[in-house]
Design a protein around this ligand. Structure first.
Ligand code: G4P
Length: 530
């Protein structure tokens, strides 16, 4: 197949959800349909199985969670699908956000009994910032779920996106009868397929044949369904593929990942509605995915996948063209022509040596310490930079004290390297400078990782004193405002990042807005510029 055909058939998406909504189960079912695995549950189950997947870091083993995000690639119906898995645990890190920078669309899994939850809300903000299409799967309909209206309303209000149901559930929990396919006006009857298989019969009923429908699902369920359908026809946003692709309307599907119900329909529809990899913007303009030659950007760096070698792997998203490992490329930020070393496709539990990769694919390459997050790789005779990856707002802050001051050199080296990988953000006091540092992280676990790695890799022990701040804002226009004389709220604390940018820390959610109101012209933002 030619380059354009290969790119055209690629779909790269991330799955976002709150822990326990069913992301892992849905992913497994996708792989099952793609024939990538034979039995669901064999890829990545809970606690014990996860150890087998990525046991490279002790902390993961101790906590039984996955700190890293992995990539899964499989084929389905002629499509080549890349799923970017985002860590499901509450202690997710900036990497979870960055993964979304490498995706072309997102699948949002929501627990039908719970509606929109905290982690979904956070990840959703990044999707909105990137205007990527979002496809919603409301899961666990085999258990009692919230009212359909309530669920859709919740998504619209909480996330500020229009919803358009593609199907409507008929009951839930023990009364779950199936879904009404709104496009074709027929009911797909619920059948509890064998767990871990894709076996099972699917039966459909034309809604027009009311007597037959009533005989199967009961008159009451039919009456309720007809009323609901009427309400939706009057109230819901209508399906508009352009709005879906612009990320302002999310198509909503109902189902039950565990019992396999609604999963294949969702996958098929998702593939129909989603787009192949889109061209990305660089400082040289938009780079065409097919004619632009090979290019990629680094969205994640993972250190010490093999502790004995202190190795680092840089994860790159191919943005255009075809990657051929035998050819040289240019690392733009490093100003070097090089061959990417040991290119691999990193799957959950295996690494395959790559022979080729196309726009949309993710590759992992050995990083001798030259890459930084956001770096661009392109053809040797080309030169451009993709837009950088923003710095996401940390939510936990801690003062870091070095216990043995004789080890200052190792300490600075360790902290700087770990910060360069993007696991932590390092700040200093606005006035005093590097005598004391403040570390900011997106997930609390990263603080444990920092302490663990400083001890184990740099032989440096530290004390962490948590700070009460939860909100951080970058000052967008420091040259236009009087930073020294600004009047903030009583909980405001001024700091700088290592590049000298001014930032403000706050304890209370409403303080940033109050500070803006008190200082005319002050502009604050939640994402930092790189
Ligand atoms: P996550 O990756 O989003 O954290 O969720 P995961 O798929 O691990 O699912 C969380 C729990 O919810 C699992 O149960 C899983 O079996 C269950 N689940 C997922 N989808 C459905 C569904 O459609 N219906 C029902 N009833 N349950 C569902 P667990 O007991 O925590 O784990 P396990 O022992 O089943 O693996």
């Amino acid at each position: 197949m030619n380059i354009s055909g290969e790119i055209e058939r690629r779909r790269t998406f991330a799955i976002i959800s709150h822990p326990d909504a069913g992301k892992t189960t849905l992913t497994e079912k996708f792989l099952l349909y793609g024939g990538a695995i034979n039995l669901a549950g064999s890829v990545k189950g809970k606690a014990t199985a996860r150890h087998a997947v990525s046991d490279w870091m002790e902390i993961e083993k101790e906590r039984g969670i996955s700190v890293t995000s992995s990539v899964l690639q499989f084929e389905y119906d002629g499509f080549c699908i890349n799923i970017l898995d985002t860590p499901g645990h509450q202690d997710f890190s900036e990497d979870t956000y960055r993964t979304l920078m490498a995706a072309d669309s997102a699948v949002m899994v929501i627990d039908g009994a719970k509606g929109v939850e905290a982690q979904t809300r956070k990840l959703f903000k990044v999707c909105v910032m990137r205007h990527i299409p979002i496809f919603t799967f409301i899961n666990k309909l085999d258990r009692d779920a919230l009212d359909t209206f309530e669920l859709l309303d919740d998504i619209e209000k909480e996330l500020g996106i229009d919803t358009c149901p593609m199907n409507l559930p008929v009951g839930s929990g023990k009364d779950f009868k199936g879904v009404l396919d709104l496009q074709n006006d027929r009911i797909v009857l619920y059948s509890d397929t064998l767990k871990g298989t894709k076996e099972g019969h699917s039966e459909t009923l034309e809604l027009g044949d009311e007597a037959a429908v009533a005989a199967r699902i009961g008159q009451e369920a039919l009456d309720n369904l007809l009323t609901e359908r009427e309400l939706f026809e009057g109230a819901g946003a209508s399906y508009d593929i352009d709005k879906v692709r612009a990320g302002v309307l999310t198509p909503v599907f109902f189902g039950s990942a565990l019992t396999n119900f609604g999963v294949e329909i969702f996958l098929r529809e998702f593939l129909r509605m989603s787009m192949p990899p889109a061209p990305r913007v660089s400082d040289k303009g938009v780079i065409d995915t097919v004619t632009g030659g090979f290019s990629a950007f680094v969205f994640k760096i993972q250190a010490n996948m093999n502790k004995a070698h202190r190795d680092r792997v840089a994860f790159m998203r191919v943005c255009s063209g075809c990657f051929d490992p035998s050819e040289e490329v240019k690392h733009v930020q490093g100003g070097r022509i090089m061959r990417l070393s040991q290119p691999q496709q990193i799957m959950a539990d295996e690494r395959k040596t790559l022979t080729e990769a196309y726009a949309g694919d993710i590759i992992g390459v050995f990083d001798p310490g030259v890459f930084s997050i956001g770096d661009t790789i392109c053809e040797p005779d080309d030169e451009f930079r993709y837009e950088g990856i923003p710095t996401f707002a940390p939510e936990h802050f801690s003062r870091v004290t070095l216990l043995d001051t004789m080890k200052r050199k190792q300490f600075v080296k360790g902290v700087t390297q770990i910060a360069q990988e993007g696991a932590i953000q390092v700040f200093q006091e606005y006035q005093t400078g590097m005598e004391e540092i403040i570390v900011g992280v997106v997930g609390m676990l990263q603080l444990d990782v920092l302490k663990y790695r400083l001890v184990n890799e740099y032989n440096v022990d530290i004390r962490l004193d948590p700070l009460p701040y939860e909100y951080i804002r970058w000052v967008d226009n420091p040259e236009e405002v009087d930073i020294a004389g600004m009047s903030g709220t009583s909980d405001m604390h001024k700091i700088r990042d290592l590049k000298g940018n001014v930032l403000l820390l706050f304890v209370n959610e409403w303080s940033p807005q109050m500070t803006i109101e008190r200082n005319e012209g002050l502009k604050l933002s939640e994402f930092g510029r790189n």
